[in-house]
Write a protein that binds this ligand. Structure first.
Ligand code: NAD
Length: 429
């Protein structure tokens, strides 16, 4: 099929590439001309495992191309996916101006029936607004349908998630668009759930909020573990073995960050409020999450006494492992807070340093993970990169001035760290 994706970021680029991989002909549109030029030159502006190979392959096969022209995208796609940002506004509500602008641009160049699919994460009833906008700005009575198709990929495993989704949600009020969308996703061999437009939109916010809730829940239990001497790893294993609960997302740490959970949660609280329901449960999830970094800093302060003039090495800046994304990263907040208190910081991340250098030039970066340990009074693990597990921790200890390790992601094994001679601190154990 001929598909167009508007927005070539983490969602749009990976979605477009995976659609091409299963045989569709895909046009990726982005209004960032620099990004389009990079993509046309074979430079992939984001890091996602496996993505670069698939982009190259599908460009070569002529199934994937990039443009900054929305008219070209609308002309070349029978189905047009909107995958542009939906950032938070200061009051927590969603800034829908990107989606509205794309809807208008599509309407202005629409000449024949198209299915317009919202893949961005949007509040319930946005699809109705998109349809209204297109009706208003289209020329004549050209036909179209609006569909909601929320995306559930996780950064760091986006390609694998897109190629093997748990489910595909298609929200539409029309049979014609439902049939077309089923054809788009037929090669993926995954369960397809067709719902009405509003339900599909709600599924995304309800899912992300529930996942954030699981993280805050386990972080709250971790606090009880610390106070009682229990081990959060064992507690989570015991809980997670119950199929009704499941082990996923029961990992205590510094709390959730990233471009989705914080914004989607506050959006869902706002959406609920606008619809007349006060979602107090989710407000508590936010509070626990914000508290988590403060509690960790308190733990560090207790062990280090003062931050001022202490040399601290930080491993990890990305908001999670396997990505270069630092949007709303707790690791970045942690680095900034330690620096505010006078710590002399050196940080390393396997993939996120380029983005960090651009957005946070004040955070000192080093090119080698062992360099962060050199003469350090303490080391902090802020991102769950598996690479950090593989480091030579004996060498790290020999490089440090005093061997204190604060593991904000429970990445390392306490007994092993103690055997190596570290004073080791983690979360909930
Ligand atoms: P992103 O910032 O990585 O990418 C968005 C892209 O859209 C950028 O390249 C930007 O230049 C482009 N863009 C903005 N306005 C445009 C316009 N008018 N025309 C063409 N291109 C335009 O964002 P993302 O992380 O891919 O997120 C996109 C949406 O998907 C958001 O609603 C987000 O909540 C949702 N989502 C994200 C994830 C994730 O893990 N990142 C997962 C599921 C859903």
């Amino acid at each position: 099929m001929k598909l167009t994706i508007v927005g070539s970021g983490y969602v749009g680029l990976v979605t477009g590439t995976c659609f091409a991989e299963v045989g569709h002909h895909v046009t990726c549109v982005d209004n960032d001309e620099k990004k389009v030029k990079q993509l046309q030159d074979g430079i992939i502006p984001i890091y996602e495992p496996g993505l670069e190979t698939l982009v190259r392959k599908n460009v070569q096969l002529g199934r994937l191309k990039f443009t900054s022209s929305i008219a070209e995208g609308v002309e070349n796609g029978d189905v047009i996916f909107i995958a542009v940002p939906t950032p938070p506004q200061p009051d927590g509500s969603v800034d829908l101006s990107y989606v509205e602008k794309v809807a208008r641009s599509i309407a202005e160049v629409l000449t024949g029936y198209r299915v317009i699919v919202d893949k961005s994460t949007v509040p319930v009833k946005t699809g109705e607004k998109v349809a209204e906008t297109i009706r208003r700005y289209r020329k004549g009575n050209v036909e179209f349908d609006v569909v909601s198709n929320p995306e559930f990929l996780r950064e760091g495993s986006a390609v694998a998630d897109l190629m093997n989704p748990d489910r595909i949600v298609i929200g539409t009020n029309g049979e014609r668009s439902a049939a077309i969308m089923k054809e788009v996703y037929q090669p993926f061999n995954a369960p397809i759930m067709v719902t009405d437009l509003n339900s599909a939109e709600l599924i995304k916010h309800a899912s992300n909020s529930f996942l954030a809730l699981k993280i805050s829940y386990i972080n709250a239990v971790a606090a009880i573990c610390e106070a009682s001497g229990a081990d959060i790893g064992k507690v989570a294993d015991g809980m997670g073995a119950d199929k009704r609960i499941g082990r996923d997302f029961l990992y205590a740490g510094l709390g959730y960050g990233g471009s989705c959970f914080p914004k989607d949660l506050s959006a869902f609280i706002r959406i609920s409020e606008d619809l007349g329901y006060s979602f107090g449960l989710l407000k508590e999830v936010e509070r626990i999450n914000a508290d988590q970094l403060d509690r960790f800093l308190k733990k560090m302060r207790k062990a280090l006494w003062v931050f001022r003039d202490k040399k601290i090495g930080q491993l990890g800046l990305a908001f999670k492992g396997n990505t270069d994304d630092i949007r709303s990263s707790v690791g970045i907040n942690l680095a900034l807070k330690m620096m505010e208190e006078g710590a002399i910081l050196k940080a390393f991340d396997p993939k996120a340093m380029e983005k960090c250098a651009i957005s946070y030039p004040k955070i000192p970066l080093v090119e080698d993970p062992y360099e962060v340990a050199k003469d350090a009074d303490a080391l902090v693990v802020a991102t769950e990169w598996n690479d950090f597990k593989e480091l030579d921790w004996l060498k790290i200890k020999s490089l440090m001035r005093t061997p204190l390790v604060f593991d904000g992601r429970n990445l390392l094994i306490p007994e092993e760290m103690k055997l190596l001679g570290f004073e080791y601190f983690s979360v909930g154990r």
